[in-house]
Design a protein. Structure first.
Lengths: 427, 160
């Protein structure tokens, strides 16, 4: 019997650690196991007994790449529980902060983690050696996102300026407007990025997905809205747990997300793009059309192009918000603690992030639930690997192993950092 | 560079996550150095995301990075590594070719000519990198030695 085993060994990493195991028996993929390490379980326990106001800063520590996503989902859930609505310019500034994170995270993933795969480089190091201009451009593009997060968040890493009810400190208009020229430069670079990555070679690999994303009445989704799916689901965020569940599987310490009555589903850039194409700006739609990218995109490798289109949108949206900014009277809404349950969801760069909190009448957290995008995508990632290996079984071992890693990286999971340590064993 | 410049020309960067057991090392150590040396103002806490590090040390001549090490050696082992003199070995300081972490940031910066003239890495081999608050005993025991080594690097500069 011809057996092959592909292993991606574990490596400790800050953002997470993971491993991938693929077993092939007689030309059939017998098993795919993606093991990921998942911090939210710890944080759910850690949050119990803490003040409602502490959730944004504590949950921001879950991920060094997307702290803003954790803050945005948590403040939204808390405000839901406490019966307040943050809107107008206070909400616009939150969207601006989120644009900063999308820019940072997408540019990092496109250039430093994903592009080397397509360009045939082992890593960003080799890319920097051969194409220093490209890497310099990426660093400059990303810095603009960092600067937005540093200005609004109070600091670059683990922003601390977001509070339940609004902000601790509002930015001055001149602090914001100084960013505009660089954002315009970034927008041009992002358009060039779309053209660059659309020219990469993509494997012929389309998959039928159930896409799930937020949908907002008039914006491309970032914070709040409804939850919609490609099979027609259309629910409020409060109904999330009626329709989605997490299952514990023995091989992974992460919970796996499933849609009740449907099974695995995909969140992230492809889901957002396919379900919200009409909410993109005319420019972002045009840039996508110029490279023949239209919904429904079913090739997960093309997520790199969608990320680039979303980066165009994020720069443009940041410019719009700054240009329309009028400082509000107050940095935040007054809040009285009360008992209640609240839910919040936002679109982290890698997909929808759901939070639910139950508060006691003194405002202390009774329990917390956090469903990160990577946990929701995990069954889909495993299925992609299974389909990919089935289809491209004849590739040389080294190439197939690399492609398996790339298949995982398509989802920009928090474990992307661990997926290079691969061994393909013939048994 | 800094409003309250006390003659510091060294930027001290602590890398880590307070909620990941021994990975908090870098953060804890730079806070302690700051507490012991109130005049030393150039301290930064970072998650270890590489491109942010390249930005942070832009224009700085002397940089010290403190981070937990996971290389398979005995927990508590203390490391000092001169990154301006030689390439950071794989396996140290969260190096993974498809992450963009501390070691990779250093090597990319070297290739792009964005490396500080003096760059020292300090670390302690960690024991636990799960989720939790607090450092393990072998790491805690080695912290005074590490801090003494770091202060030796920053104090001569103070005296200038």
């Amino acid at each position: 019997m011809n057996r092959r085993v592909i292993k991606v060994d574990q490596l400790a990493r800050v953002e997470g650690e993971g491993s991938l195991y693929v077993k092939v028996n007689d030309g059939q993929v017998a098993d795919v196991k993606l093991r990921i390490f998942e911090p939210p379980r710890f944080f759910e326990a850690f949050l119990r007994g803490r003040k409602f106001s502490e959730a944004p800063d504590i949950t921001a520590r879950i991920c060094g790449i997307c702290p803003v996503a954790y803050q945005m989902s948590s403040v939204q859930a808390m405000e839901d529980a406490l019966g307040v609505t943050v809107d107008g310019q206070l909400a616009a500034l939150r969207r601006l902060l989120y644009c900063g994170e999308w820019i940072e995270s997408h540019v990092l993933h496109i250039y430093m983690l994903h592009a080397p795969d397509f360009l045939g480089y082992e890593d960003a190091l080799m890319l920097a050696r051969d194409m220093p201009d490209v890497v310099n451009r990426a660093l400059a593009m990303k810095k603009i996102g960092n600067d937005i997060v540093a200005l609004l968040g109070g600091r670059e890493i683990h922003p601390i300026n977001v509070r339940v009810g609004g902000w601790y400190r509002l930015p001055r208009i001149d602090e914001l407007t100084t960013l505009v020229d660089r954002l315009r430069w970034g927008l041009d670079q992002a358009i060039a990025t779309v053209k660059l990555v659309a020219g990469f070679e993509f494997p012929d690999f389309d998959v039928e997905y159930e896409f799930v994303a937020l949908r907002h009445p008039d914006e491309y989704p970032m914070i709040g809205g409804k939850i919609v799916s490609s099979s027609g689901l259309d629910i409020s965020i409060r109904e999330y747990e009626f329709h989605f569940e997490e299952r514990h599987l023995a091989h992974s310490n992460a919970l796996h997300g499933y849609e009740r009555g449907h099974g695995r589903y995909a969140v992230g850039p492809l889901a957002r793009f396919n379900l919200n194409f009409d909410r993109l700006s005319p420019l972002a739609r045009q840039v996508a059309a110029d490279v023949n990218l239209r919904p429904v995109v079913r090739n997960p490798f093309k997520s790199i192009i969608v990320r680039a289109v979303e980066t165009v949108y994020a720069y443009e949206e940041a410019i719009r918000i700054i240009t329309e900014y009028e400082p509000p009277q107050k940095a935040s809404i007054d809040i009285e603690p009360r008992a209640g349950v609240g839910c919040g969801a936002s679109e982290a760069p890698r997909g929808m992030l759901y939070h639910r909190y139950r508060l006691a009448d003194d405002g202390l957290i009774r329990d917390a639930k956090i469903v990160p995008p990577t946990a929701q995508n995990q069954p889909t990632i495993e299925e992609d690997v299974r389909l990919f290996v089935t289809k491209f079984m004849d590739l040389p071992r080294e190439q197939l192993t690399w492609k398996c890693e790339q298949t995982v990286r398509n989802y920009d999971p928090c474990i992307s950092c661990a997926t290079h340590f691969v061994r393909l064993d013939m048994e | 560079m800094n409003g309250r410049d006390n003659g510091d020309v060294t930027l001290l960067i602590g890398v880590g996550n307070e909620f990941r057991d021994d990975d908090a090392l870098g953060i804890c150590v730079v806070r302690e150095v700051k507490r012991r040396n109130p005049g030393f103002s150039k301290i930064l806490e970072a998650s270890g995301e590489g491109s942010a590090l390249i930005e942070a040390w832009n224009g700085v001549d002397r940089v010290i990075i403190v981070d937990a090490v996971f290389s398979g050696k005995d927990p508590g082992a203390v490391y000092r590594f001169d990154a301006s003199a030689q390439e950071v070995p794989r396996g140290l300081f969260h190096y993974s070719s498809h992450a963009f972490g501390v070691a990779e940031a250093i090597e990319v910066a070297r290739r792009l000519g964005k490396l500080p003239r003096h760059l020292l890495l300090f670390g302690i081999e960690g024991k636990a990198f799960g989720t939790g608050v607090g450092l393990s005993d072998p790491v805690v025991k080695s912290i005074p030695e590490l801090i003494a080594m770091i202060e030796e690097e920053i104090h001569p500069v103070h005296a200038v």
